[in-house]
Design a protein around this ligand. Structure first.
Ligand code: GLA
Ligand code: ZN
Length: 674
């Protein structure tokens, strides 16, 4: 990730907001950072108001002092541009920077992540600030990365955006006739005469609230989602260019949020030098759920290591229940991030603020203000370990033979869909497949529909409602050449504009799968059909496709209702490969069983044989192969090693056949020869 000669270990630190504190306290912070083995601080995330007190005045005096102090103290800096919250004067003087919400409400000054991405004022001043920062601090050789804005997100429906949407559409579709075609505007007499007839599809037009947000015109809403993501990306790119003018060699990122629906991160990743993201799992998240987020963030940049930019050391202030991370859990989850591709371990926040909503969010330095806390002790212990691990794991990659397809357009389209069921949840469906593999300790990559699939033996595309132009051909080629492909119910319905592909579902995938789905039965919550696969009985819920074999072989069938006996699981031989179809949503046990069997047949094995509740992953670089063992269980676990190596944390050598004990929350990183 932050590939540079300046970085020789897993960077350790986090968001530091000295602007919220009197200067007397900064010296004390430096002392505490040293104690905790902190070597990087993310600075200047929310300082716009201080840096630019009015239209024409810039004041960097305080930031200069901070920059000098952290440099003198040997700290590296992840330098933010402060543009995620605009100053009050800007809102007062230029109301065009204020967002309009989905319900049409124009916001006033307040909150953060609050600027209209298409406001000329916002763009002008944000870019100017980024450029000034780069110019001023370009010679600070301790800056390891630029951190543009912060957690881009949300959406805007103001007049700037509506205008920009029209231009975006004109650019994409050329003529109004083409726009009418792709949005199917002859429906309900919606035909537009001119691009000026286009309005933003919020609650004032096509969208309405009914069991969540729904839309009358999926095509319009889908394009607005694409447009909104592109608009924010454009803001990022403008700042990117601004800082690159003065510091072409400093890598640039912005902190992402995992499976965040509103921004197409695969598209964003192409414009980012490296990926960084903020990991805030709920207190009851299961390990594979967190692993999926890491895998996704690794996947959007072709498997490159990423930065863990934020996590809480102890507690998040915004969860429903702000449960403390139990002793050992902060360390365990930090290593879990590394196990899945992180090259940094960073926190929000390093000193806990005293006012506003994050005063009860965990921090390295708590309100008590000293090092005598459980959390500080745990942080210090982890800091010592990371010093010891040094640069060993940096740059290492995951070698996966299974890929899961993830696609933001598909996510938007599937969930905008009016029907067939409100229970259709793209991330959840993807998550069930990922979980089955992850809990078997089989490495998984997330890929986009544009990625090359040839290195994978199995490609899974859950709920591929939208099969985009060309993707079917890619799959056809892949399977023909011996690949295994698996997809599910509610797949292949539409093309890129959410227009149905006629001729029978699953549309463009029909020949590859050798089936025709005639109807789909949406079962309300609590209702289920069932099927038996190799002697085991499993539920069929959410959606049950009623399908006909057209060349495929049925592997199991429904056991009740009027479609009893119809196939629910199929396999089609196609060229040298096979294509599987899972026509319903089933239980975790089923996915483990079925995917386990496919992997077995393909010679894809767990990276290690470990007890339940122990997670195992492998990363590799030119120095070796690193086996990460993480005990997420409540009890100690015994693991028999199959190869010799050295535990990077304890420094102990281990032999093949040795057994190691991992206490609850404990971790080992065994370095082996490649
Ligand atoms: C986000 C933000 C931080 C902070 C944390 C608190 O990740 O980027 O500024 O608000 O949440 O959880
Ligand atoms: Zn706007």
């Amino acid at each position: 990730m932050i590939e540079s000669s300046k970085v020789q270990k897993i960077l350790y630190g986090g968001d530091y907001n000295p602007e919220q504190w009197p200067e007397e306290i900064w010296e004390e912070d430096m002392r505490l950072f040293k104690l905790a083995h902190i070597d990087v601080v993310t600075l200047n995330v929310f300082s716009w108001a201080a840096l630019q007190p009015d239209e024409n005045t810039y004041d960097f005096s305080r930031l200069d002092k901070i920059m000098n102090m952290v440099r003198e103290n040997g700290l590296k800096v992840c330098m933010a541009t402060s543009t995620a919250a605009h100053p009050a004067w800007m809102a007062r003087k230029h109301p065009d920077i204020l967002r309009v919400e989905h319900n049409g409400m124009k916001r006033k000054f307040g909150s953060r992540h609050n600027s209209c991405p298409n406001s000329p004022t916002y763009r002008k001043y944000s870019v100017a600030l980024a450029e000034k920062l780069a110019e001023r601090y370009k010679d600070y050789d301790n800056i390891v990365a630029w951190h543009i804005s912060n957690e881009y997100g949300g959406e805007c429906y103001c007049e700037n955006c509506e205008k920009a949407f029209r231009s975006w559409l004109k650019e994409k579709y050329g003529t109004i006739d083409e726009l009418n075609r792709v949005w199917n505007m002859s429906f309900w007499g919606h035909t537009l005469y001119d691009f000026d007839d286009v309005v933003a599809p919020n609650m004032l037009s096509e969208e309405f609230e009914w069991d969540g947000i729904r839309t009358n015109f999926q095509g319009i809403s889908l394009d607005y989602s694409r447009f909104n993501s592109d608009s924010m990306l454009e803001c990022f790119k403008l700042e990117y260019e601004a800082v690159k003018k003065y510091t072409p060699d400093i890598p640039v990122t912005t902190n992402l949020m995992g499976s965040y629906k509103m921004l197409d991160y695969q598209k964003w990743a192409r414009s980012m030098d490296f990926i960084s993201w903020d990991n805030y799992p709920a207190y009851n998240a299961y390990p594979a759920q967190v692993a999926m987020q890491h895998d996704l963030m690794r996947g959007i940049k072709g498997g490159k290591p990423f930065a863990l930019m934020e996590q809480t050391p102890s507690v998040s202030n915004w969860h429903i229940y702000c449960k403390l991370k139990r002793p050992g859990v902060m360390r365990l989850w930090s290593y879990q991030a590394v196990a899945h591709g992180a090259d940094t371990v960073m926190f929000f926040q390093v000193r806990r603020s005293i006012g506003a909503c994050e005063k009860y969010h965990g921090a390295v330095i708590d309100h008590v203000g000293n090092e005598n806390t459980r959390v500080f002790r745990e942080i210090t212990a982890l800091g010592e370990e990371l010093d010891r691990i040094g640069n060993e794991t940096l740059g290492s990659r995951t070698d996966a033979k299974v890929a899961i397809v993830f696609d933001w357009d598909n996510w938007w389209a599937a969930e905008y869909s009016a029907g067939p069921s409100r229970l259709i949840d793209y991330c959840k469906e993807v998550g069930t497949y990922h979980r089955a593999l992850s809990e078997k300790n089989i490495s998984v990559d997330f890929v986009s529909v544009e990625d090359d699939l040839s290195s994978y033996r199995l490609v899974i595309a859950p709920l591929l409602y939208m099969c985009k132009d060309g993707f079917d051909e890619k799959i056809r080629e892949y399977v023909r050449n011996g690949g295994r492909f698996l997809t599910t119910f509610f797949s292949g319905y539409v093309e890129d504009h959410d227009l149905v592909v006629t001729g029978g579902y699953p549309g463009r995938l029909k020949d590859i799968l050798g089936i025709w789905v005639e109807e789909s039965d949406a079962l309300p919550e609590g209702e289920a059909n069932s099927f038996t696969y190799k002697g085991k009985n499993y539920p069929a819920a959410v959606l049950c496709d009623l399908l006909h074999l057209q060349g495929a072989e049925g592997l199991s069938s429904y056991e009740s209702d009027f479609y009893e006996g119809m196939p629910v699981l199929t396999c089609n031989r196609f060229g040298e490969g096979k294509a599987y179809y899972v026509a319903t949503h089933s239980s975790d046990e089923f996915y483990k069983h079925f995917l386990g069997e496919i992997c077995e047949e393909l010679d894809i094995h767990p990276v290690a044989e470990v007890p339940e509740d122990v997670e195992a992953t492998v990363r590799e670089n030119e120095k070796g192969s690193f086996l990460f063992l993480l005990n997420h269980g409540e009890k100690a676990a015994e693991i028999i090693l199959d190869r010799e190596g050295i535990d990077l944390i304890s420094g102990r050598s281990v032999q093949a056949g040795d057994s190691i004990t991992l206490e609850k929350t404990d971790v080992a990183i065994i370095k082996r020869n490649k």
